[in-house]
Design a protein around this ligand. Sequence first.
Ligand code: C5P
Length: 215
Amino acid sequence: MTILITAGPTREAIDPVRFISNKSSGKMGYAIAQSAAEQGHRVILVSGPTDLDVPDRVDFIPVESSVEMFAAVEHQIAKVDIAIFTAAVADYRPASVPDQKIKKSGETMTLELVRNPDILGSARNQFSYQGVLVGFAAETENLEKNAREKLERKGCDLIVANDVSRKDIGFDANDNEVLLVFPDHTDHPHKDSKQHLAHLILEEAITLTSVSNPN
Ligand code: C5P
């Protein structure tokens, strides 16, 4: 099978030397990419900047901004059976980016931000993607309810939800504890290493391909 994975943070330029980003390490997406490649699947990994080594036998497409990630996904998604979007894409980017470094002037400074494209939300509507679609949800409250709303709104087959208010799991941690939110039920696997959870999420996604395409 061919599997597209987005991973890592995005960087939204403020000027040539500054950017807005977030604490995503990319570990979860890279672990899924590695697991899938080890099983012999073709893996396309579209990733924002991380400190991680690219897993062996993965087609790697490095990107910086969410607009670049959107374009890479748009280009690749038609040929894949499974799309797993683990990237922590910035919701907003600076409205304009000057060519030169911004000089400090007054005591305050206002940065105008505009909405970024919703890559996961574009898969069904804009890219007409018909394969298995897995999204992630990082929430600090009402985890299952928010994840289920996201599942429906974005046309996903599975949302992997994690509680980012906890320090021992989620962003940059090696372990994770997630809810697997499907259209008709929710699973709650035990807290585990990102490697083991990556394997589990991949297995669930592969099972979903036979449900959505029984032949
Ligand atoms: O709506 P929210 O950002 O919480 O959704 C998270 C999910 O959507 C993740 O799977 C993330 O990779 C994806 N996403 C995206 N493009 C965005 C924002 C989020 O693909 N602009």
